[in-house]
Design a protein around this ligand. Structure first.
Ligand SMILES: C=Cc1c(C(=O)O)[nH]c(=O)[nH]c1=O
Length: 309
């Protein structure tokens, strides 16, 4: 079996990559994913200026997953663009993802105009779902603002673009959100970002410092929500808009389920943070073993084919 995939017009040798925020802060971390079994990588979400982020401790692993309120720490747009342009010369046969978002609508347009005018020839992931910047709501929970933003963006942005979405929890919201996304030539949507503003307590205390301990939840806790979002949008979106599945992937079986729900690429966050880039080889081998046992040669053989009762 092969776990290769495509997103838009780009081919990837493997359908696994990191989730933005994990193993992607600098050249060292990105280089480790580049040289792993992952098919590609996405950068830490970049803002116009570098950011130190929220006070520490701001990330905490638990038995079933993780909680984080990083606060968008990153080295700034130019750092990641320089690295991506360098890789276009040293690895011309590979395609990478550039995650970004502005701290304001104006900044978002400034960032995307810089991408449009640059030599970057990969895929841009616009983060519409950061839950951890105090005072900033998750953009994609405001569908009117999201539609206006995407309308303005597509008036000038002509390179491949996808959006990173928060989880939705209401069927009517799946309907409303899909109606908005179907209006635009999106290359993909990525479901899901962490489940915003959970709270983890150990003994008598919260476990992270920012926001009185409130933070985005990842890991085993969120797989049912992630699978539901992947499949809900798979059922509703124009087939030209592909889906990246993120959330709760610990094993090949978890990845198999994301693809059954309609994912064309699978991102790994909490598991990658806990296990390191070796997780890509383990999970890829586990998925291949499942496919071999079931007689599936490529992921297209079972993508979106989850059975109903
Ligand atoms: C980019 C900010 C995000 C962050 C963060 O930097 O706090 N954490 C997440 O779980 N998801 C995000 O989208």
């Amino acid at each position: 079996a092969t776990t290769k995939t495509h997103i838009g017009n780009f081919e990837f040798e493997n359908c696994f990559m990191n989730a933005a925020g994990v193993y992607c802060y600098d050249r060292n971390e990105l280089g480790q994913v580049l040289n792993s079994q992952a098919g590609t990588f996405v950068t830490k979400t970049a803002t116009l200026q570098s950011r130190s982020g929220n006070p520490e401790p701001r990330y905490h692993d638990t038995v079933l997953g993780s909680i984080n309120s990083m606060g968008l720490p990153n080295l700034g747009f130019d750092y990641y663009l320089d690295y991506l342009l360098e890789l276009q010369k040293t690895h011309p046969d590979r395609t990478f993802f550039f995650s970004l978002v502005g701290m304001s609508t104006e900044d978002t347009h400034a960032l995307l105009k810089k991408v449009q005018e640059s030599d970057f020839n990969g895929i841009t992931e616009l983060n519409l779902s950061c839950p951890n910047v105090p005072g900033k709501p998750q953009i994609a929970y405001d569908l009117e603002t999201t539609e206006k933003l995407l309308t303005d963006i597509f008036s000038y942005f002509k390179k491949p673009l996808g959006v990173k979405l928060p989880p939705y929890f209401d069927i009517v919201h799946f309907d409303q959100a899909a109606t908005v996304f179907n209006k635009f030539p999106l290359t993909f949507i990525n479901c899901v970002n962490s489940i915003g503003n959970g709270l983890v307590i150990e003994d008598e205390s919260v476990v992270i410092k920012p926001k009185n301990g409130f933070g985005g939840i990842g890991g085993e806790y969120i797989k049912p929500t992630a699978l539901a979002n992947v499949h809900a949008f798979y059922q509703r979106l124009n087939p030209s808009i592909q889906i990246i599945g993120t959330g709760g992937v610990l094993t090949g079986q978890d990845a198999f389920e994301h693809i059954l729900c309609g994912a064309s690429m699978v991102q790994i966050g909490t598991t990658l943070h806990k296990e390191g880039p070796a997780a890509f080889e383990r999970i890829t081998n586990e998925l291949k073993a499942i496919m071999d046992k079931k007689g599936y040669k490529t992921i297209e053989d079972f993508k979106g084919k989850v059975k109903y009762l």
